[in-house]
Design a protein around this ligand. Structure first.
Ligand code: CA
Length: 291
């Protein structure tokens, strides 16, 4: 949970302007131990990069050194914090650019920040999985008009992150834990562990307790707005908004169920209401379909 808080805080920092980021030295200090610790045995050899322009004319070469154990390749999980830092010793980079397939861009969620104490960083929280071949260039001047480094190929792999739990998964996790969450007889959408005839997905939609027998909730009677109609209102779980809920009608309980016309059904976040003419004998049932 502490990590999550740090992550959210850093997102706030990164979405703000570069100038803001440059003032947040604690941000960099907090991040660097993650990489120093995890990749400490993996130091890259210094990379020789030549500044094009005045420095190449004078025959000087400039050593660019990834710091904090960085190498030319890196892997990060989508949604996790990432930072890759470099410097150009003894010169200072004032700006940097990144190109992917010849177009100046960076993977979604990443940006340059710095330099800070001579260190330039590519960082943020990547969101789109993929392998990115990023051609980096450093510049000695902020206007990027002169003093450009040779291109440096940095390959970043953004691995897919774990999907966040669905509302249904969160629902069953409030009733079971540990190994029980892997037991299909308990947690499957079609399971009925309390044997009340209401499958788990229906318990979820109706916000019932799948571990204790329930009766179907809902209010049934004459429609107060039209005495020629029957009204059946069923409360719904607001967390089940993505689940399709509807009524079916039939002349017997065995076969021939058909969907009730949508004009006779009103669904809101917290309820679904059936309102149909009082005519003959009919059966109605609630139907839920979860993708
Ligand atoms: Ca049940």
């Amino acid at each position: 949970m502490k990590l999550r808080i740090a992550y959210e805080r850093s997102v706030n920092v990164l979405v703000s302007s570069l100038a803001m980021v440059a003032q947040r030295l604690p941000f960099l200090k907090n991040l660097t131990p993650i990489f120093g610790g995890a990749a400490g045995g993996n130091f890259a050899a210094p990379l020789t990069v030549t500044f094009v322009g005045t420095h190449s004319l004078s025959g000087q070469s400039v050593m660019i050194v990834p710091v904090n154990g960085g190498t030319a390749t890196a892997t990060v999980t989508a949604g996790d914090q990432f930072v890759w830092s470099f410097k150009a010793s003894p010169h200072t980079l004032a700006a940097a650019s990144g190109e992917i397939d010849g177009v100046e861009e960076l993977p979604e969620g990443l940006a340059f920040f710095g330099p800070q104490s001579g260190v330039m960083s590519l960082g943020g929280v990547p969101t789109e999985p993929g392998e990115y071949a990023i051609v980096l260039k450093g510049y000695r001047r902020g206007d990027r008009l002169a003093g450009t480094t040779d291109p440096y190929l940095f390959t970043l792999t953004v691995a897919p992150g774990e999907d966040p739990p669905t509302p249904y998964e969160e629902f069953v996790a409030t009733f079971w834990s540990g190994e029980n969450l892997n037991d299909p007889l308990l947690v499957n959408a079609t399971a009925d562990p309390d044997a009340d005839g209401i499958q788990n997905v229906m318990e979820f939609v109706l916000d019932l307790d799948p571990t204790k027998p329930d009766v179907m909730p809902g209010a049934f009677g004459i429609d107060p707005e039209d005495p020629q109609k029957m009204r059946y209102e069923v409360p719904l779980n607001i967390a089940a908004g993505a689940v399709a809920v509807g009524f079916e009608e039939g002349s017997n309980l065995e076969t021939g169920w058909a969907e009730v016309l949508s004009e006779n059904v009103t669904r809101t976040e917290t309820s679904i209401v059936l309102s149909v003419p009082l005519a003959g004998k009919k059966f109605y049932r609630l139907k839920v379909v979860m993708e």
